[in-house]
Design a protein around this ligand. Structure first.
Ligand SMILES: [Zn+2]
Length: 294
C-alpha cells in the first residue's frame, strides 16, 4: 500500500536575483485566527465580510496570518528585515526564521544588519535567542520616531501594554548598536528607509535599488492581501493610529500601483512578493511569478 496520505507540505524559502542584489523571503510561521472582524474590517457587518470572503474564494470564519521576514544581500551586506517571533513563537506555529535561515544558507553570524520596520511582536521578538542576540554580528536600524514612541510609552495604545514591555526588554539594551532613521536615510548602499507611519507610530519601509531594479519592503503597510488592499480605508484592529495608517496605506498603495513597484510584504501570502494593481478606489495583490527569473 503506497497510497497513504503524506499530509500538507508548503514551501518556506524563496530566493531570486534583483539587479545585482539577492532577495530571500523566509516564512517564520503562521497562525490561524478567528474571526475576521476583529482585527479586519472593523466597520463592516458579518454579512458584508462573508460576501467579500466568498468573492475572493476565502473562508468567512477566519484567516491565516502569515509572517515572512525578508533578507537582502546588496553591496556585500546581508540585511534581515524583521526577526519574526523567535522563541515566543515556538508553539508549533512560528519562530522558525533562524532554522530556515540556516536551510537557506545563512548562519546567524552572516547577518550584518537587522532592519526593523516596527516594534510589534512578530517583528522584534526574534531579535534575542535566550540571553544573547540572535544575530551576534548585526547592527540594527529602526525609525527614530518608532523607537522614541515605544521608549516614551505615553502615545502607545493600551492594548499594546504587553508589547511595550517586550520592547523595553529587547531593544533599549541593543541601542548602542542601533542607527535611528529618518525618512530618506540610507541603510547600506542601495537601501533607503521611507516613513509610513500609522500601523505603528513610527513604522518604516525600506526601498532597495540595484542596477535599475527596485523593491519596496513595506512591512505592515497592509496586513491582509484582500481586506487591506481591496478596502484600504477599512479600519484594522492591528493599526495603532488608525487614521494615520489609512492615509499611509492609501498613499503607498497608490505609489506602488502607479510606479509598478515590486513589493515584499510581511503579511502577504508566501512567498510574499508581488505587485499591486489599482481597480477604481480599490487594489488587488498580484503575486510575482516567473517575470523575476527572466
Ligand atoms: Zn506584523
Amino acid at each position: 500500500m503506497s497510497g497513504k496520505l503524506k499530509g500538507p507540505y508548503r514551501p518556506t524559502i524563496h530566493r531570486f536575483l534583483l539587479g545585482e542584489a539577492e532577495v530571500t523571503t523566509i516564512l517564520d510561521g503562521t497562525h490561524t485566527r478567528e474571526p475576521i472582524n476583529p482585527p479586519f474590517a472593523l466597520e463592516k457587518s458579518e454579512t458584508e465580510i462573508a460576501s467579500i470572503a466568498a468573492a475572493n474564494k476565502l473562508p468567512s470564519h477566519g484567516f491565516e496570518n502569515s509572517y515572512t521576514p525578508t533578507v537582502i544581500t546588496v553591496g556585500g551586506q546581508v540585511v534581515l528585515f524583521d526577526t519574526g517571533f523567535g522563541e515566543m513563537g515556538r508553539d508549533g506555529h512560528a519562530g522558525n526564521l533562524r532554522r530556515r535561515l540556516a536551510e537557506a544558507g545563512y548562519a546567524p553570524e552572516d547577518i550584518d544588519v537587522v532592519a526593523f520596520t516596527h516594534c510589534h511582536p512578530d517583528h522584534i521578538a526574534g531579535v534575542m535567542e535566550g540571553d544573547a542576540p540572535a544575530y551576534p554580528n548585526a547592527r540594527y536600524t529602526i525609525g527614530r520616531r518608532e523607537y522614541d514612541a515605544w521608549k516614551d510609552g505615553s502615545e502607545i495604545p493600551g492594548q499594546r501594554a504587553q508589547n511595550r514591555e517586550m520592547f523595553l526588554k529587547l531593544l533599549p539594551p541593543l541601542a548602542e548598536r542601533m542607527t535611528f532613521l529618518e525618512d530618506g536615510d540610507g541603510v547600506v548602499s542601495g537601501l533607503t528607509a521611507e516613513a509610513a507611519f500609522g500601523h505603528s507610530l513610527g513604522h518604516m519601509m525600506y526601498r532597495l535599488e540595484s542596477a535599475g531594479k527596485s523593491l519596496l519592503v513595506w512591512g505592515d503597510v497592509t496586513n491582509h492581501y484582500v481586506f487591506s488592499l481591496q478596502y484600504p480605508e477599512s479600519l484594522v484592529g492591528f493599526d495603532d493610529d488608525k487614521d494615520m495608517s489609512i492615509a499611509s496605506r492609501e498613499r503607498v498603495l497608490d505609489m506602488v500601483a502607479k510606479d509598478g513597484l515590486l513589493v515584499s510584504g510581511h503579511h502577504m501570502p508566501f512567498p510574499s512578493i508581488g505587485y499591486v494593481e489599482r481597480h477604481g478606489a480599490s487594489y488587488r495583490w498580484t503575486p510575482a511569478t516567473y517575470q523575476l527569473r527572466m
